[in-house]
Design a protein around this ligand. Structure first.
Ligand SMILES: NC(=O)c1ccc[n+]([C@@H]2O[C@H](COP(=O)([O-])OP(=O)(O)OC[C@H]3O[C@@H](n4cnc5c(N)ncnc54)[C@H](O)[C@@H]3O)[C@@H](O)[C@H]2O)c1
Ligand SMILES: N[C@H](CO)Cc1c[nH]c[nH+]1
Ligand SMILES: [Zn+2]
Length: 436
């Protein structure tokens, strides 16, 4: 079911460990060329390209890309009461946790009349992507929109693929949740074309370019986000989901198997990795996993994910080696299911989000923990962070010196500008004093 990587009795260097990490199968670079063509097509032909791409890739041609206001209102009115209630409870939790991600402004006084202020400025306009191919993701509307609103973003556009089952409309729950959150600019467009449309804008449908594109998606979406960087900002690539569980023999094998299946359910390219120091426990998980895969609704997709080269069972000597492997893998989701969770947690450096103990499964974070489920994949947790209010904010330093404070530091500027052979820099300071 899961291929085995046996690290027992070995001491790989960092370089060797990184080479062992099973990431190649989900590398988005293979999708870059096809994605570039789709984005160029949208830049050249605008809405017509988006409609043609929808017909080919979503198997439906929407009547228009921009979702009319009446359709959003209808979708809001049509939300089933239990779904509306679940969404409202999720919104409240995500809003509270997102508010804690907004850093306070800081003022540093470096001397009399020498002040640096640091303020956090929201990005002006953002494009939020909500996936909708193999599954639909109303929860991703909340995870994108709420932190953007908490950060104070003024202009928010949202895109989700047109659904063949709904005549080319955005899924009604996605549209309803967007309306519930007060979003009025929604587009029925998916994949790379949607990301290109956000980055470059589309004439005739009111879609102005955005300054940041965020949100999860498949390899095509992730590859498109990689390509548009430089024209617009992104969060992280947030591509096909992965989960890595560190467990010892105190863990519940069936819980672990269920959690691996839960994330493999997203995509054939999803990665499910178990790292354990107990071969007997691993055997138990493999048994439970086989049972769960056979019984689950999307069993073909899940089976493909767990037998894929991106998934693995990693056998280690001890939990120190387990955390070394996890740090090299940089999982999107890390679960720690061991006796001494704090000890393992203290060794973890790289993870998109960390789920501690038997009662914090990844699906809790997917929906209702209050944490954000849009997280870096493909090992990007080694250097990137999950979506948060901070993603939509930029720190800006505001510099305020008075005359005496500038005079005091003038010799420093003169010395350094001379050393760099940029004397006009020093003269811009001395000019202020010489003219007197
Ligand atoms: N990392 C995260 O934070 C996170 C969160 C939620 C979901 N996800 C991931 O999001 C993904 C959702 O994928 P999905 O497919 O359901 O929806 P999606 O919206 O990401 O992808 C659907 C779009 O893919 C494009 N597409 C499909 N086939 C294509 C092809 N052959 N060539 C070019 N483009 C093509 C189409 O434009 C279509 O609209 C999954 O991989 C899931 O694991 C990640
Ligand atoms: N596990 C996904 C993040 O990788 C998020 C999600 C949304 N719905 C279900 N799951
Ligand atoms: Zn999930």
């Amino acid at each position: 079911m899961l291929r085995t990587i046996d690290l027992r009795g070995t001491r790989p260097t960092q370089r060797e460990l990184l080479a062992l990490v099973p990431r190649a199968a989900t590398d988005v670079s293979a999708a870059l060329e096809v994605v570039r063509t789709l984005i160029d097509d949208v830049r050249e032909r605008g809405e017509a390209a988006l409609l043609d791409q929808a017909e080919r890739l979503d198997r439906v041609r929407p009547s228009a890309v921009r979702v009319p206001a009446e359709e959003l209102e209808e979708a809001l009115a049509g939300l089933a009461p239990d779904i509306r209630d679940a969404i409202e409870r999720t919104i409240a939790r995500v809003r509270a946790a997102s508010a804690a991600q907004v850093p306070p402004p800081e003022t540093t006084v470096l001397g009399d009349g020498a002040v640096i202020e640091q303020r956090w400025q929201p990005v002006t306009r953002v494009g939020l992507y909500v996936p909708g191919g193999k599954a639909v993701y109303p929860s991703s509307v909340v995870m994108n929109v709420v932190p953007a609103q908490v950060a104070g973003v003024r202009s928010i556009a949202l895109a989700s693929p047109p659904q063949a089952a709904f005549g080319g409309r955005v899924h009604p729950t996605v549209a309803g949740v967007a309306a519930l959150l007060g979003i009025t600019e929604v587009y029925a467009m998916g994949g790379a074309g949607a990301i290109g449309a956000f980055a470059y804008g589309v004439d005739g449908i009111g879609l102005d370019p955005v300054q940041r594109v965020t949100g999860p998606g498949n390899v095509y979406v992730a590859a498109a986000k990689r390509l548009v960087q430089g024209v617009t900002g992104i969060d992280a690539e947030a591509g096909p989901t992965d989960i890595l569980v560190i467990a010892d023999d105190s863990a519940n094998a069936d819980f672990v198997a269920a959690d691996l299946v839960s994330q493999a359910e997203h995509d054939e390219l999803a990665a499910a990795v178990l790292v354990t120091d107990s071969a007997a426990f691993a055997d138990e998980v493999l048994e439970r996993l086989a049972e769960r895969v056979a019984a689950t609704r999307h069993r073909d997709r899940v089976r493909e994910a767990v037998i894929g080269a991106q998934s693995a069972l990693v056998l280690v000597d001890d939990l120190v080696q387990a955390t070394d492997f996890a740090n090299a893998f940089g999982p999107e989701h890390l679960e720690i299911q061991v006796r001494d969770t704090d000890d393992v947690l203290s060794r973890i450096e790289n993870a998109g989000a960390i789920f501690v103990g038997a009662y914090s499964p990844v699906s809790l974070g997917d929906y209702a923990a209050g944490s954000n489920h849009v997280l870096p994949t493909g090992g990007q947790a080694r250097y990137a962070a999950g979506l948060s209010a901070a993603t939509f904010l930029r720190p800006q330093q505001v510099i305020r010196y008075d005359e005496a404070a500038l005079r005091e530091v003038a010799p420093v500027i003169a010395a350094l500008s001379n050393e760099e052979d940029l004397p006009a820099h020093g003269e811009a300071v001395t000019a202020r004093f010489d003219r007197r």
